[in-house]
Design a protein around this ligand. Structure first.
Ligand SMILES: [Zn+2]
Length: 205
């Protein structure tokens, strides 16, 4: 998918590519995570109590960085967000950027996946059934069992995957009860097929 985006970006210019839902329009089935069949449009499926217990997730990037997120049609698993960062000229410059914990917790997994497309992936357990996943990392800075604070470095943005070939981006999931749900990041609900910019308020001191 990201390869399509890069071609499209080169062809029509980044400003336009960012403004339209380009990745969604060209997305092929299956990319960088295990397939989840039969997911419909955005519904968290959570009870009010579960929503209340959702941690106050922040963007997984350094304070004041602006990233373009996309919860695109055909993304796998459904509801995941792919994040990209652009330089002043509108070129993607994600590789090596620091990835931060979205909320405090305990690292429940940190590994290179050969069983699916996640590549270097970190999962943080936040309690009450809530987890976040950070995938395709260039490097992992934490190990299973580590306790992490909100805004603590967990790795760097990369393009690793045993099954896919991507341009660098961060694949991000909020998980409840083992299922990927619609993310809520700094008060923004990332409903299905949403693509927009957001400014990180993580670890702003
Ligand atoms: Zn993804």
């Amino acid at each position: 998918m990201q390869r399509h985006f890069r071609r499209l970006t080169a062809a029509i210019g980044v400003a336009a590519a960012v403004a339209v839902a380009a990745p969604a329009a060209v997305a092929a089935a299956g990319d960088d995570g295990p397939a989840v069949a039969g997911k419909g449009p955005a519904k968290s499926g959570l009870t009010a109590a579960q929503e209340l217990a959702r941690p106050a997730f922040k963007m997984p990037f350094r304070c004041n960085q602006t990233w373009v997120g996309s919860n695109w049609s055909g993304h796998s698993p459904a509801h995941s967000i792919d994040w990209n960062h652009y330089d002043a000229d509108g070129n993607m410059d994600d590789l090596g950027r620091v990835v931060l914990a979205s909320a405090p917790g305990t690292v429940s997994a940190s590994y290179y996946s050969t069983g699916d497309g996640y590549g270097n992936t970190v999962v943080i357990d936040h309690g009450d059934g809530w987890q976040t996943r950070y995938a395709h990392l260039k490097t992992r800075a934490v190990s299973r069992g580590d306790r992490v604070g909100q805004g603590q470095k967990v790795g760097q943005v990369g393009a690793t995957s045993a099954t896919g070939d991507f341009t660098p981006h961060l694949h991000y999931e909020q998980i409840h009860g083992g299922s990927v749900v619609v993310s809520v990041v700094q008060g923004v609900t990332w409903g299905d097929f949403l693509k927009r910019e957001q400014v990180s308020r993580n670890n702003c001191g």
